[in-house]
Design a protein around this ligand. Sequence first.
Ligand SMILES: [Zn+2]
Length: 144
Amino acid sequence: MFTISDIRREFDRLDGVTGLNTTDVPIRISARMSRALGVCRSRSTEGGGVEAVDVAFADYLCRCGTEEEFLNTVRHEYAHLYNILHDGIRCGHDARWKEVALWLGASPDRLADYRDLLARARKAEALPKRKTEKKPVKPKNCRK
Ligand SMILES: [Zn+2]
């Protein structure tokens, strides 16, 4: 089980590496995320720049993830934050992002292989419920 304090602690450590100050960037744990493990949200500023909105992590990652899966995701999202705060750009998962991800000790793959984690989360019933319930199957008419 990982908490916002654990994320904050890793962000603080990474701030020490990069020289950034991310203490004002809100960190959330989202129980609604069922696909992505994390997301770094940003918006365009009036001056044509970009600013960070917040960074969110999937609840099931925090509940069922291993330390490696957790830290890899935290560093992955921090690399996005670095691109925004340091470089002033959103660069997706391009070469520039990859370079930062590698520097910070995250896998440079856009998508982590988290099939194991999903299986664990499913078993623990930690994944969010589907928005729409499946329609019940109508019983067939049976004539005696
Ligand atoms: Zn990403």
